[in-house]
Design a protein around this ligand. Structure first.
Ligand code: DX5
Ligand code: ZN
Length: 224
């Protein structure tokens, strides 16, 4: 099943609750929350206090994408404010197995993320413990960037490996997902689609989410 995860990075932060509710009415399944620390990525966003308020504004699961150094220091705080899924970058974790288990110990779904330049091979030893793998299709740090097509093969490869090894992780894609690229990512195997600019960039988030989900669902039907 295809799931849409609108990223609030492109939302109006002064009207966050309202914007998230609109995306929810458009069929969003989960809300993607980008956490940036100005070190791992060259941008800053929000921390646990804002996520705590967001938690009160929606019943949808919160998918927290941690683009931060030393994620172990902050995982308990994000779990405490009600995050349901948490993902960490392979590139940011010296002890990736430990960090993923820390997320799971807080009863959150654990995800691992790879940047466009990081190969799938680097995940071989953790694929059996993650709930999802997030393939970055832009270099993380900013919304509204151009989709990098050379990342598609990593989604295909993750789908193949999952079958070969009898694993159950889900495949998420993040960056440049729009009406133009959605068919390609779904056909490559992505099942959870993060979209910031395409949902909140312009127009009505409800209509934008609906249109994106419709295009994704049609592409998934073609795939079978
Ligand atoms: C980028 C973030 C993304 C971002 C995607 O570093 O991880 O979640 O919001 O934005 P779009 O969909 O606009 O490319
Ligand atoms: Zn993200």
């Amino acid at each position: 099943m295809i799931e849409l995860a609108p990223s609030i990075l492109s939302a109006d932060f002064a009207r966050l609750g309202e914007q998230v509710r609109a995306a929810c009415e458009g069929g969003a399944h989960v809300i993607h929350v980008d956490i940036m620390d100005g070190h791992f990525v060259p941008n800053l966003t929000i921390g646990p206090p804002v996520v705590k308020s967001l938690r009160k504004a929606t019943d949808l699961p919160l998918d927290c994408h941690l683009m931060i150094e030393n994620p172990d220091e902050y995982i308990p705080a994000f779990a405490e404010v009600g995050v349901n899924w948490m993902s960490v970058h392979q590139e940011a974790c010296r002890h990736l197995n430990r960090t993923l288990n820390l997320i799971k110990s807080h009863n959150c779904r654990a995800g691992v993320v790879i940047n466009p330049a990081t190969p799938v091979d680097t995940l071989s030893e953790v694929l059996d413990i993650v709930d999802y793998v997030l393939v970055m299709s832009v270099n993380p740090g900013f919304g509204a960037q151009k989709f990098i097509p050379s990342t598609l093969h990593k989604m295909r490869s993750l789908a193949t490996i999952r079958g070969q090894r009898g694993l159950a992780y889900r495949i998420e894609v993040d960056g440049g997902v729009s009406l133009e690229t959605v068919e390609d990512v779904v056909r490559a195997g992505a099942e959870i689609l993060v979209a910031g600019n395409a949902v909140f960039g312009s127009g009505n988030p409800k209509n934008n989410a609906e249109a994106l989900l419709k295009a994704a669902t049609e592409a998934a039907l073609l795939k079978v």
